[in-house]
Design a protein around this ligand. Structure first.
Ligand SMILES: [Zn+2]
Length: 431
């Protein structure tokens, strides 16, 4: 009993302190501007005979500096740059800087590309944290035995703070879900301006598991300002005037965002717009099924029409190609529209229960399909232990791992990518 009432009290104290910390009266609205890439990391780039080499790192910096100037003219804003020059701060340096400065908003500016040398694919898209990232943040907070947004003063008040206790996690969870809503709001305002003011093609809001967004304890978006391998976009992004338009559209979105927060009584990260009811995440994740085919396409195959963030799941000998992952209805509908606009007329949205364990069968990763046996000193067989080989219709199928949930399989897939084992496919095995 005593333990119980103590827990409740501690929970309310935490909750109160969090709200108080978040309401931060009279302080400047702090924005971290992150010009993507830089230094040795040039980002994506293409060479054109008339435009020269169009480099992502140069465009992102040019836009950020223009946007920063607009914001600095207004004394209500404080601007923090992750870089102002052609240098490369690491991804964790960028997020640590953002968290230390207790910023109200984090904007990362990027330039898109599809894998082919040139593409019809064009337009802007803005990423917010993916559906699984609330959990990731919680895991990070637990693992680090620390909560990244707390400064020294908060730390004293949280002397008894135990990140492993359920009460603390509940409090953190409340805060994290707030950032999802406000990230969605700033993202929509930016995309609305790109299409409305600048008459560009908006591919809408996307959710993705991007490190630079994942670690942030504030509303955060990553803005893809156009495709470097689309000629019209590349020339738009290279023009000083148009860079100014992009900066202006983001600046205007920030002003609307700040107003929305103020209208809500200054409770940061939890805005209410009269015309737009806030959106709660759905229980399930949604992916857009583009097509099902016996053919295996790599991510840069023209058959995928320039769409990024494809998840392929092999089932009963068919490869199913899914686009995007989200737990927000508005993003799901936007993804479906993007897929249909790209030419997948029969695309449909499919619901997935997050972290669902398979009752029967398992997931594995198909890492290679070959006509000849892989030699024992091949890169794959050298880097991975316990690779399975099956032979069917004179082809060799190499698979790796056994997983009970799709998320586990995807996580391992990403780990393998990091090791240089690319173009693997998640396979569902019914047994
Ligand atoms: Zn980038």
């Amino acid at each position: 009993m005593i333990t119980h009432s103590f827990s409740i009290k501690k929970y309310f104290l935490l909750f109160f302190v969090l709200l108080f910390t978040l309401s931060g009266a009279q302080k400047k609205f702090t924005i971290v501007l992150d010009a993507g890439h830089g230094g040795t990391d040039i980002g994506t780039n293409r060479k054109y005979s008339d435009l020269g080499t169009v480099r992502e790192k140069d465009i992102t910096l040019a836009i950020v500096l223009k946007l920063g100037k607009m914001l600095e003219k207004d004394k209500d804003y404080k601007v923090i740059y992750t870089r102002k020059f052609d240098e490369y701060p690491s991804l964790s340096e960028r997020t640590t800087l953002a968290n230390r400065s207790k910023a109200d908003l984090f904007l990362s500016i990027h330039v898109n590309a599809s894998p082919s040398s040139s593409t019809e694919t064009n337009g802007t898209e803005t990423f917010i944290q993916g559906p699984n990232q609330n959990r990731t943040n919680l895991e990070v907070a637990k693992a680090e035995n620390d909560v990244i947004y707390l400064d020294e003063k908060d730390r004293e008040m949280f002397a008894s703070y135990d990140p492993k206790s359920p009460e603390s996690l509940i409090a953190l969870k409340i805060q994290q879900s707030k950032y999802l809503e406000s990230s969605l709001l700033i993202g929509s305002l930016v995309e609305e301006n790109f299409s409305g003011k600048d008459k560009r093609f908006s591919r809408g809001i996307k959710q993705a598991d991007l490190h630079v967004l994942r670690m942030n304890a504030m509303p955060s978006v990553l803005i893809e300002t156009g495709f470097v391998n689309n000629y019209e976009d590349a020339s738009y992004l290279s023009s000083e005037k148009e860079q100014n338009d992009i900066a202006n559209s983001i600046f205007d979105a920030i002003q609307k965002f700040k107003k929305a927060l103020e209208r809500n009584g200054g409770e940061k990260g939890h805005p209410k717009l009269a015309e737009k009811p806030e959106e709660k995440p759905l229980k399930n994740d949604f992916r857009i099924l583009l097509m099902s085919s016996p053919a295996k396409y790599s991510n840069d195959d023209p058959a995928l029409k320039g769409l990024n963030y494809i998840l392929t799941i092999k089932e009963n000998g068919f490869y199913k190609y899914y686009y995007g992952t989200t737990n927000l209805a508005s993003v799901r509908d936007g993804n479906l529209k993007t897929a249909r606009d790209a030419g997948f007329k029969n695309a449909t949205s499919i619901s997935f229960i997050p972290n669902q364990k398979l009752g029967m069968g398992y997931y594995t990763l198909e890492i290679a399909v070959t006509d000849q046996k892989l030699s024992s000193n091949s890169y794959i067989l050298n880097s991975l232990k316990d690779v399975n080989r099956d032979k069917e219709n004179s082809k060799f199928y190499y698979t790796y791992g056994k997983f009970t949930s799709l998320e586990e399989a995807i996580k391992t897939q990403k780990d393998l990518e990091g090791k240089g084992v690319k173009n693997t496919v998640v396979q569902k095995v019914f047994k």
